[in-house]
Design a protein around this ligand. Structure first.
Ligand SMILES: NC(=O)c1ccc[n+]([C@@H]2O[C@H](COP(=O)([O-])OP(=O)(O)OC[C@H]3O[C@@H](n4cnc5c(N)ncnc54)[C@H](O)[C@@H]3O)[C@@H](O)[C@H]2O)c1
Length: 346
C-alpha cells in the first residue's frame, strides 16, 4: 500500500501517519499538509522512517494532487485535512466551505481523473458524529442509518463533503468509505479544543472558561483508537469487508459532561475549582452526541482499547511534559483568538 494522508500535521492526522507506518506492508506514507494555524510539523518531528515523506501543499491544488498520485503511485488516500473547530465556523464559514467542501471536491475529481488513466485509488473520507445532529438525553446512540442533520456550520460542511463522496461513488464508481467518529482526545491536539485548553489553562493558573451550564455531553475516544479505526476501514475496503459507499462509525461509549472533564483536569493538575468561569454558551450548541460502533466491531473487529481514566491521565501528563510544544503552538495569534472567544475571563 502506498498511502497519501491529507492533514498529517494536524492532531489526528499525525497519529494516523505514525500508526500507518506500523503496518509492515505499507511501502510509502506521504503527508500532504498546507500547515494552517492547526497544522504543525512538530507533530511529526519524531518520525524517522525512510517510507515517510512530507509535502507542504494544499488539497485544493488539483495538479499537485495528480502529480503526487502519479509519481508516488498512491493506492489509498486517507483524507483528514479540514477546518475542524466549530467556534471558528460560527465566526466565519468561508474557510470551512473552501477546505471541507471544495478541497474534498478537488480530491474526488483528482481520484476520478487517475481512475480514467487506469490508476485505482481508494479513499477513506474521515468525517464526524456532528453530521448526525444532537441527541436528547434518552435517545439511542447514532448508528450509520441515522439521517444527516448538521446543526452548526462546521458540521454542515462535513455533511456536504460526505454527500459529495457518496455521489461520486454512485455516479463515477470511485472506491470510497466514509468514517464518522466522536470527539477525540490525546497528545498533539491544538489547544483551542476542550481538553488541551483546560489542561494548559489549569497548569498556568488561568481561568477555565466553561460554555453555558457545562452539561453538554460528548462520547470521548482516544486519538490512537480512532487512528486504528481509520486504518481498519482502509484494510476493510481493500479486503472486501466494506463495500464502496459504506459508512462506518467509531465511538468509545464514554459519554461525559464537559464540566466533569474540567473537574477531572483540575484534580490531575492540582488546579483550583475557583479557576472555573462559566461563559455565555456557544450559539446552537448541541447537547449530546453518542456513537454506536457495533458495525465497526462486527465487520472490522475494531473496538476502542484505551480506557478513559487512564487515557485522560496520560494525555494531561503529555501536555505537562511537552511545554516546548505548547509554547511553540500557543503563539500570539492563538492568544488573540482565545481572548476574543472567551472575553474577559482569560
Ligand atoms: N478532532 C475531533 O474530535 C474529530 C472527530 C471526528 C472527526 N474529525 C475529523 O478528523 C479530521 C482531522 O481533525 P483534527 O482534529 O486532526 O483537525 P486539525 O485541525 O488538528 O488538523 C487539520 C489539518 O489539516 C490541515 N489542512 C487544513 N486545510 C488544508 C488544506 N487545504 N490542504 C492540506 N492540509 C490542510 C491543517 O494544516 C491541519 O494540519 C477532520 O476531517 C475532522 O473533521 C475530528
Amino acid at each position: 500500500m502506498r498511502i497519501l494522508v491529507t492533514g498529517g500535521c494536524g492532531f489526528i492526522g499525525s497519529h494516523v501517519v505514525r500508526q500507518a507506518l506500523m503496518i509492515p506492508n505499507v511501502e510509502r506514507v506521504i503527508n500532504l499538509d498546507s500547515l494552517t494555524y492547526s497544522g504543525h510539523p512538530q507533530n511529526c518531528s519524531d518520525i524517522y522512517d525512510s517510507r515517510y515523506y512530507f509535502i507542504h501543499g494544499s488539497i485544493n491544488d488539483g495538479s499537485l494532487l495528480r502529480e503526487i498520485f502519479q509519481t508516488e503511485q498512491i493506492s489509498v488516500v486517507l483524507h483528514l485535512a479540514a477546518e475542524s473547530h466549530v467556534d471558528r465556523s460560527i465566526n466565519s464559514v468561508k474557510p470551512f466551505v473552501e477546505t471541507n467542501i471544495e478541497g474534498t471536491r478537488v480530491i474526488l475529481e483528482s481520484i476520478l481523473e487517475s481512475k480514467r488513466l487506469g490508476q485505482e485509488i481508494d479513499l477513506i473520507h474521515v468525517s464526524t458524529d456532528e453530521v448526525y445532529g444532537s441527541l436528547a438525553p434518552d435517545d439511542p446512540s447514532f448508528t450509520e442509518q441515522n439521517p444527516l442533520n448538521p446543526r452548526n456550520p462546521y458540521a454542515a460542511t462535513k455533511a456536504a463533503s460526505d454527500m459529495l463522496v457518496q455521489a461520486f461513488v454512485n455516479t463515477h464508481e470511485i472506491s470510497a468509505v466514509i468514517t464518522r467518529c466522536s470527539n477525540n482526545y490525546g497528545p498533539n491536539q491544538f489547544p483551542e479544543k476542550l481538553i488541551p485548553l483546560m489542561t494548559i489553562n489549569a497548569m498556568n493558573g488561568d481561568n477555565l472558561p466553561v460554555y453555558g451550564d457545562g452539561k453538554q455531553i460528548r462520547d470521548w475516544i482516544h486519538v490512537i483508537d480512532h487512528s486504528n479505526g481509520i486504518l481498519c476501514a482502509m484494510l476493510g475496503l481493500k479486503m472486501g469487508r466494506l463495500s464502496t459507499g459504506e459508512v462506518v462509525n467509531f465511538g468509545a461509549s464514554n459519554e461525559i459532561e464537559n464540566i466533569e472533564i474540567v473537574q477531572k483536569i483540575i484534580q490531575l493538575t492540582n488546579a483550583k475549582e475557583s479557576q472555573i468561569k462559566y461563559v455565555k454558551d456557544r450559539p446552537g450548541h448541541d447537547r449530546r452526541y453518542a456513537m454506536g460502533f457495533q458495525k465497526a466491531k462486527k465487520i472490522l473487529g475494531w473496538s476502542p482499547e484505551i480506557e478513559w481514566d487512564e487515557g485522560l491521565a496520560t494525555t494531561v501528563e503529555w501536555y505537562k511534559e511537552n511545554s516546548e510544544w505548547v509554547e511553540s503552538i500557543t503563539s500570539g495569534k492563538y492568544r488573540d483568538w482565545i481572548k476574543n472567544q472567551y472575553g474577559k475571563t482569560i
